[in-house]
Ligand binder design. Structure first.
Ligand code: 6PG
Length: 240
């Protein structure tokens, strides 16, 4: 586990963008699962502003780790947010964008997207493998759209499952622990003081007795990075 702590939310987004651009430049193909949330939104603005070449974007395939079950033009849609902050501003081939179809029947879409991942991603030890999964973490310790009250979804057999937001009841499609912990690299993007308690419990491994979905992210590759701002990292005691 590597911690990369920046002073502010904006700086976290810029530092993550620098790291991601290095990854894109040094690879000949990348399959990346994106996250929703306010921190990725700033990353997308940063990425769009860096003038990454068409040739480099041609190497990148974009997926989503979770999506709200709404149409792609709905203000709640993670895809819509990504179009507004990134996809509408860069020269990436349409065929490289693999959105979750939030407008579909949730159960059928979870199955369809599981098949898309099996078809498009490279296989490693019999399972599709993302090169990079970008994850956020909610104040409650949820990640992707696996919420603490539905933590059993983490161990689902399927690569994608239907989740339900605990307050709003909004249905979501989410990737599950099976594919998250099979990724070559997982990068958390977590900022803000409201995350500090859970981040501290997870990083200091104090959260073992209270498993949050974010606490279950342990990629078998060992490549787990936390991009944090100082506010979110304030609860960490041993930064070993
Ligand atoms: C979503 C995200 C969600 C997000 C966290 C953190 O669809 O809402 O996937 O899991 O990552 O809520 O959001 P912030 O980055 O805004 O703190």
């Amino acid at each position: 586990m590597q911690l990369k702590i920046s002073n502010t939310k904006q700086q976290t987004a810029e530092d993550f963008t620098d790291w991601l651009i290095g990854l894109i430049g040094s690879s000949d193909g990348l399959h990346i699962a994106l996250s929703g949330g306010s921190t990725p939104k700033i990353v997308f603005d940063e990425l769009a502003s860096r003038g990454i070449s068409k040739n480099d974007w041609r190497k990148v395939h974009l997926y989503w780790g979770d999506e709200r079950c709404v149409p792609p033009d709905n203000t709640e849609s993670n895809y819509k947010m990504t179009v507004e902050h990134l996809l509408s501003k860069i020269d990436i081939p349409e065929e490289n964008i693999h959105r979750i179809r939030g407008e579909n029947d949730p159960r059928q879409e979870a199955k369809r997207y599981s098949e898309v991942l099996k078809e498009k991603l490279p296989m490693m030890d019999g399972l599709p493998q993302f090169d990079l999964i970008i994850l956020g973490m909610g104040d409650d310790g949820h990640t992707a759209s696996i919420f603490p009250y539905e933590i059993g979804l983490w161990n689902a057999d399927q690569l994608c499952e239907v989740a339900e937001h605990p307050e709003t009841g909004q249905k979501r499609i989410t990737i599950t622990g099976k594919i998250i912990n099979h990724a070559a690299t997982v990068a958390f993007l977590v900022t803000g003081e409201s995350k500090a308690e859970k981040v501290g419990e997870i990083i200091d491994k104090r959260g073992g007795f209270k498993s949050y979905p974010a606490n279950l992210v342990h990629p078998l590759s060992g490549n787990l990075l936390w991009f944090l701002d100082r506010a979110a990292a304030a609860g960490i005691t041993n930064q070993s």
